[in-house]
Design a protein around this ligand. Structure first.
Ligand SMILES: Nc1nc2c(ncn2[C@@H]2O[C@H](COP(=O)(O)OP(=O)(O)OP(=O)(O)O)[C@@H](O)[C@H]2O)c(=O)[nH]1
Length: 191
């Protein structure tokens, strides 16, 4: 989707150039529930000729936007194919959101909002109509997808928090005494 922001402090940053054909990479830091989350965004091309490459990027995805253009019935019909590719190549727990983009082009609309909602319901996904031009629902949809990814990885996050928490002082003293080279046994060493 054609995001247009650039720069740091919550705005888009261009990723390293040189990602292979059909893939655009950007990074952004957003805050969700008081947690600062740095997200990597891989924008894979829709064209058929890039499919072999772009499918490889699904494997490590944690969240995916399936995007159609509200002014193109054809792009809406294509979502079925994208969804089946995602099922085949993305990890099981991947979080997905359906997006109807170009909502600013109301005069060219070919896909009713209800059709988007209906498809999203069928797939059990959240749904947003967005506009990269008028900035409609861009922040909301990224925040929601990040929220879903965080929720899906809550257990891993809790594990990380526990693992990095500083041990209690008493625990440190206890560990020191059990160490072969600890003060209670100066003759012991590691060699
Ligand atoms: N009016 C309008 N135009 C948009 C919007 N988002 C993207 N565009 C235009 O649509 C065209 C395609 O945008 P891209 O960002 O290249 O779309 P893409 O899905 O990455 O295209 P592929 O790389 O072919 O998959 C460009 O001319 C954009 O300016 C939008 O929200 N509203």
């Amino acid at each position: 989707m054609g995001e247009r922001e650039t720069g740091s402090d919550g705005r888009w940053e261009n990723g390293k150039p040189g990602a292979p054909g059909g893939v655009d990479f950007k990074m952004k830091t957003i805050e969700v529930d008081g947690i600062k989350v740095r997200i990597q965004i891989w924008d894979t091309a829709g064209q058929e000729r890039y499919q072999t490459i772009t499918k490889q990027y699904y494997r490590r995805a944690q969240g995916i936007f399936l995007v159609y253009d509200i002014s193109s019935e054809r792009s809406y019909q294509h979502i079925v194919k994208w969804a089946s590719d995602v099922d085949e190549y993305a990890p099981d727990g991947v979080q997905k959101i359906l997006i109807g983009n170009k909502a600013d082009e109301e005069h060219k609309r070919q896909v009713a909002k209800e059709q988007g909602l209906q498809l999203a319901r069928e797939y059990g996904m959240d749904f947003y109509e967005t506009s990269a031009c008028s900035n409609l629902n861009i922040k909301e949809s990224f925040t929601r997808l990040t929220e879903l990814v965080l929720q899906a990885h809550r257990k891993e996050l809790e594990g990380l928090r526990t693992a990095t928490a500083p041990p209690e002082l008493a625990q440190l003293e206890e560990d020191e005494q059990q160490t072969p080279g600890g003060h209670d046994n100066p003759k012991n060493c590691w060699c």
